[in-house]
Every structure is written in structure tokens, then in C-alpha cells.
Design a protein around this ligand. Sequence first.
Ligand SMILES: Cc1cc2nc3c(=O)[nH]c(=O)nc-3n(C[C@H](O)[C@H](O)[C@H](O)COP(=O)(O)OP(=O)(O)OC[C@H]3O[C@@H](n4cnc5c(N)ncnc54)[C@H](O)[C@@H]3O)c2cc1C
Length: 514
Amino acid sequence: MSPSRSKRSGNIAEVQPTSHGSMESLPVDHLEWVEAWGMADKAMSYVFRPSTVERLEKVFALARETGRKIGLKGGGNSYGDAFLNEEGITLDLSRMNRILEWDPETGIVKAEPGVTLANLWQYIVEDGWWPAVVSGTMNTTLGGCLGMNIHGKNAYQVGPFGNHVLDFEILLPSGKRVHVTRESDPDLFHGAISGIGMIGVFTWIRLKVKKVHSGRLRIWAKQARNFHEMVELFEENASSMDYMVGWSDCIARGRNSIGRGEMHFARQLPPGEDRYAAQSLRADRQALPDNIVGLIPKSISWKLMKPFVNDWGMWLINTAKFHAQKRPGAEKPYFQSHAEFHFLLDYVPNWKESYRPGGLIQYQSFVPREHAARVFTEQIRLSQQRGIYPYLGVTKKHIPDDFLLTHGVDGYSLALDYPVTAKNRRALWRLCHEMDELVLAAGGRFYLAKDSTMRKGTVARYLPRENFERFKALKQRCDPEGLLSTNMFRRVFGASPAPDEQLERHHKGVANSA
Ligand SMILES: Cc1cc2nc3c(=O)[nH]c(=O)nc-3n(C[C@H](O)[C@H](O)[C@H](O)COP(=O)(O)OP(=O)(O)OC[C@H]3O[C@@H](n4cnc5c(N)ncnc54)[C@H](O)[C@@H]3O)c2cc1C
């Protein structure tokens, strides 16, 4: 019998024993609903939050005794089911959050996996350093950044997060703790990083951060009329800019307007240019503003967004933004702190709440340079034809990398935010599968940190065969009993029902528990 999912609150008293083992052996007071970041999926599981490696090891022993699977969770910022583990154990590593060593001369830091990017930049910035790669939110943990091998707005120059990792310690499901460098065990290094938490638990990580000579970046904003122009502007500016990103209005229609939007280019200041570098590098000078447009307290601003989170509201906002960008002087350079530039999505805390009750998913595809503008245009056109509009589109430029579950290509990615409703859910999943075919035909890839919809078999279609085989062999070597598993792993890789049946169950499960 499965645990009852009839109540959204997940009243633990109602949970019944499952087929996985005897209920007595796992403490019922650890049962919790764990929600995907995008809130469109959730799972009931036994959550443990160890603060030391020894406690972590005890959870592994408990899982083995009770026949449960373990899924790892960092900050919980993956949009889909990457850290959900229905009826199993969720090992939340956010309490293992100490910075263990820091050398301000070399920029080498050693830290536990639960240290967030916010913890890290606040610790190092005043010494003139910044993380080499950051995500669009600072709430991600180092363990999660390695687990997905995240990329930043400088991916086209410095590659993903894993490129900046020197070594790490990993606890394997066998109970063995291994110190790993690129040379000591290349497959373990390149497979655990990017390995979606399926190889072992990072217990500490040592990485190299990047020197900065000011707390500020010089930014240029430029308009692009469509994806083709956006790609041209990326290509023109790649050698002179340290960071680049494009924000597209995906509701705009018209043959030459698909993908139109604003691009941001940023350059670091060279040594000596910022005469007040000691001031601009202060952590408190990096902080994001407390108010939106100087007036609205950040804590309530998501409530004001709510009336606009629909097709018409989004059209209005996007159109207004596009025309505002045409005003005289809008393309003049300006300055922003590193945090302001990188963490735009953290400006409005809890903005995702405005997408309730259905939540949102993100669909991010990576397409080789020569096909990118065309495929992205087709994706938006298809979405518009199906009447399901993405409310945000973010484009970045990338390079390939050596990690086993790589999403990097010599090309571009487009991340699309789609609202999920009870009404559009099935059609949205179907749309994503149609878009998958466009990407696969162009030799593109996907990113599991953002995925909610991929069907079993797709990874084997986009990943180089050698990577796929090496990853499978690594999983077998490090976790022969298959102790580490998540909803995503079972959905995308696993021995599970046929794709359509699997999908149908998934929709029903989510609908019943809502
Ligand atoms: C607003 C927003 C903006 C984002 N912007 C970007 C972006 O610009 N670029 C980008 O690449 N991503 C971006 N992301 C996605 C995010 O960076 C990734 O999902 C990242 O992995 C989340 O880190 P986390 O600590 O929250 O990990 P979680 O989401 O909790 O976990 C991610 C994966 O890592 C595994 N994991 C966690 N801890 C460990 C550990 N100690 N050992 C082994 N495996 C572990 C988990 O099992 C899971 O598979 C964004 C997400 C949000 C919400």
C-alpha cells in the first residue's frame, strides 16, 4: 500500500506502511512533503538533515536496513523532481554549511556542501574575490552546484562550475569516503560532478574562485529584435565581454519579432579603475535593494506581481519593457554590484509564489550555434500555436565540457518559464515533448536542473554514447545496490513503466495530492 497522498498538508498520522519495508523502522516524524522549486510537483518522504558526516553515514545505514532509496537535496532550487524521492529518504545537506579553509592569496576555498553561493560570496568578496560561476539565484548550495554542474552568464568563457573544482571528498553508498581529483579517478571526478546526486554525497569541495578589482561591473543594455539578432550580438561581443545574457519577450508575435528582448553585457573593471574598490567590495555594498523601484518593500512585492501572472499581464509588462528600452540614452553603460547583476531573480523574494496554485516549470534546451536561433524561434512559435505562452525566456552562450552528464554545447541555451495550471498541464507536457524533437533533430541537449518533462530514453538520444555508457558503468561501480535514487532518476533513466503510462501516473499523482 502506498502512503496516503489525499491531504496536501501531508498529515503524517494518515500515512500507511508501504511496500518498501516496515514502517516502524523509520521515524514517522521525519515524514514531510518536499516540493520542487517550481511547485508543480512534490513528494512525501522521510527527510533527514544531518550536520556531520558521521550522522550522514547513519542515514545510509538506516536506508540499507529499511530498504529505502536515498535522494540528495541541497538548497532545493532545481525546478523539477531532481531532489524528490517519493516514499524514500531525502537527505537534506543544507546544515553541512561550514567554510573550512580560505586562502585570500590564492583564491582557494574548501567548504562543506551546504554552503550556499550567498554564504560564499559574502565570505570572500571583501578580499577581492567572486565565485567563478554563479547561478541566477544565490540560494544554491555548493553540493547542488556540483550535482548539476551549473553554468553562469560567463559559460561561453569559463565553462560550467565543475571546471573550477580542484578536488572533493565523496561518500559513496558503500560507506567508503574517497578523496577525488581530476587525475586520481577521472570518471568519478567527471561523473559525480553533473551526476544529479546519483553517485555519492560530496562531503567537502575545494574550488578556485575569481579575482575581482572592484565590487562593481560595467553594464551595457542592448535591444535585440529577434533571436537571430540576439545570436549575432552575442557573437559580436563574446570576446570583449565577461558576462552576457538575453531576456526575451516570448509573447511577442510576428515573423521578425520572435525572441525580441533586452540583452545585458557586463565587463569587470580592470585593476586601478575603481578608486574606491575597498568600499565597493564591502559585502553590505553588494546587497540587493530593500525596495522595488524605491517604494515597495521586497517582502510583499510578489503579491503585487500576482495580477500580472497571466497571458495578458505578461504581454503588458513585456511590451512596456520593450518600448522603455527604446528611450534615448537607454543603451548608455551603467554600473551594478556583482550581486545586483548576477542575482536579478532574487530581487523579488518568493516571486514564484505568484504562480500558485499550479506552479511553474522551466524548459531549457541547448542547441548548437548554427541552429540555435531557428530552433528557439520554432519553440516559441509552437508554444504560441498551442496557446501556452512562456512568461520568461533567457538566452545564454555556452561551450562544451568534459563532464559525463554534460549539457554544454558549442552554442546557445534558451530557458523558458511556463505557468502550470490544472487545465494546461497535459498539453504543456506534450508541447515540451514536441519541442524535445526540434532540439534532438538539431543535435541539442537538455539540463536536468530545469527538467520536469523529459521522457525515459531521451538522455540516451542527446548524450554522446560514450558518456552515457561511462555514467552507467560509474553508477554500477559506486552504487551497485542502487541506494541513491530520485523521482527524476527513475523517470529519466530508470526501470519504470512505459513513458506514456509513467506520465499519466505522474499527472494523476500530482492532481490527487493537490
Ligand atoms: C531562480 C533560479 C535561477 C537559476 N539560475 C540558474 C543558472 O543561471 N544557471 C544554472 O546552471 N542553474 C540555475 N538554476 C538551477 C540551479 O542552479 C540548480 O538546480 C542547482 O543544482 C540548485 O542547487 P541546490 O543547492 O538548490 O541543489 P538541489 O536543487 O537541492 O539539488 C540539485 C542536484 O544536486 C544533488 N546534490 C545536492 N547536494 C549534493 C551533494 N552534497 N552531493 C551530491 N549531490 C548533491 C541533488 O541530488 C540534485 O540532483 C536556477 C534555479 C533557480 C531557482
